[in-house]
Design a protein around this ligand. Structure first.
Ligand code: BDR
Ligand code: CA
Length: 304
C-alpha cells in the first residue's frame, strides 16, 4: 500500500487523477490539497471535495491552499476546464472542505509519517509545495518522491512557446521545488503529449452505468475539445505501474524572470548532465498510451 498526497487544481484532468487514485486499492490517499491554478483556490478546493465525495471517499480530507502565486498579485487561471473547472458537469454536492492551510497540512503530514514513506503527487502550480519548503526547509526531502506534472523540456509550451501551464502559473515556486533536493519524478509535456484520450475511450465511460462513469464521460467530452491529453493522470498511473513510462535523468531549472520566457524549463540531458549540472529530476519522456487508458478506465470502473 502506497501512502499518497495529491496537490492539485481540479481541473478535469486533475479530477481524473483523483478518480484514478480513488479507484486503486494499492493507493491510500492521505489528503488532497488544492491551490489556485486552473481556477481560483476556493473553486479547486470545492471541486476536489466534490470528486472525492463522488468517488465515495468522504473520509479523505481536502484542504485549500495558496490563492496567489509567489511574487504575483493575481492568479493565472486556465479556462480550458470551463468556468467551474469541471466542464460544467454536475458531479454532485460537496461536503465541507477541511479547516487549515494546505501548506501547513503538507508539513504536518510529512512530519507525522516516517521519512520517505509518502508519495507526494503535484498536478498544479507548485505554490503549496514551495510554501511548505519555505516554512520548513528540507520538508520536501521527507517525501519518498515528488511526482510532478509540469514543464516542457524538449517540447514547446502550451501557454506560451516557452512554458507549460503549471510552471507558467508559478515559475518561482516551480524553481524552488525543483531545487529542493527531493527525489523528483517529472511528467512534462514531453510525455503527457502522448497521453492522448480517444473519442471511443471517452464514450466507453457512459457504458459503466455509474455516477463516476457518467461524470468522467461528461467532463472529458468537454475537455477533449480543447486539450485531449490526460496530463495529470500520468503521475498517479506511474505509482500504479512504472513500466508504462520511460524516463531519463536530467537537470531542470525554471526561468522565474517576468517576461516572454517566464516558466520556461531549461533542461540538461545526457552528457550535458555532470558535476557542473547535476541531475535533479527523473523526467518521463514516453508512455504506453493504450495501457495507460486501460489502467485509468479499469480503476474508474470500480467506483460507484
Ligand atoms: C496542466 O495544466 C492544467 O490545465 C492541467 O490540469 C495540467 O495540470 C497541463 O499543462
Ligand atoms: Ca492540473
Amino acid at each position: 500500500m502506497k501512502h499518497i498526497i495529491i496537490d492539485c487544481d481540479p481541473g478535469i484532468d486533475d479530477a481524473l487523477a483523483l478518480l484514478l487514485a480513488a479507484g486503486s486499492p494499492s493507493l491510500r490517499v492521505l489528503a488532497v490539497t488544492t491551490v489556485a491554478g486552473n481556477r481560483p483556490v476556493a473553486t479547486t478546493a470545492v471541486n476536489g471535495r466534490k470528486i472525492m465525495d463522488l468517488a465515495g471517499q468522504r473520509q479523505v480530507p481536502v484542504y485549500a491552499g495558496a490563492a496567489l502565486p509567489l511574487g504575483y498579485a493575481e492568479a493565472r487561471c486556465n479556462l480550458v476546464h470551463g468556468e467551474d473547472g469541471l466542464g460544467g458537469v454536475d458531479v454532485g454536492a460537496a461536503s465541507p472542505v477541511q479547516d487549515g492551510h494546505a501548506a501547513n497540512r503538507l508539513i504536518e503530514l510529512l512530519l507525522e509519517h516516517p521519512p520517505h514513506t509518502i508519495e507526494l503527487v503535484a498536478t498544479a502550480p507548485l505554490t503549496n509545495l514551495a510554501l511548505a519548503e519555505s516554512l520548513s526547509p528540507g520538508i520536501l526531502r521527507r517525501a519518498r518522491r515528488l511526482l510532478i506534472m509540469g514543464g516542457a523540456l524538449r517540447f514547446p509550451g502550451n501557454i506560451t512557446p516557452a512554458a507549460e501551464f503549471n510552471f507558467y502559473a508559478d515559475p518561482i515556486a516551480a524553481g524552488m521545488v525543483l531545487a529542493a533536493g527531493a527525489n523528483t519524478v517529472l511528467f512534462p509535456l514531453d510525455v503527457t503529449s502522448s497521453a492522448i484520450m480517444t473519442p471511443a475511450w471517452i464514450d466507453s465511460f457512459h457504458q459503466l452505468g455509474s455516477a463516476c462513469g457518467r461524470a468522467a464521460a461528461g467532463m472529458l467530452q468537454a475537455y477533449a475539445e480543447l486539450d485531449p491529453l490526460l496530463h495529470d493522470a500520468c503521475p498517479v498511473a506511474h505509482l500504479l505501474d512504472e513500466t508504462l513510462f520511460t524516463g531519463e535523468p536530467c537537470r531542470v531549472e525554471v526561468d522565474w524572470r517576468p517576461g516572454p520566457t517566464a516558466g520556461h524549463a531549461l533542461a540538461w540531458f545526457g552528457e550535458q548532465v555532470g558535476a557542473a549540472h547535476p541531475p535533479n529530476v527523473l523526467a518521463m519522456t514516453a508512455v504506453r498510451n493504450d495501457a495507460l487508458l486501460a489502467l485509468v478506465r479499469g480503476a474508474i470502473a470500480t467506483l460507484p
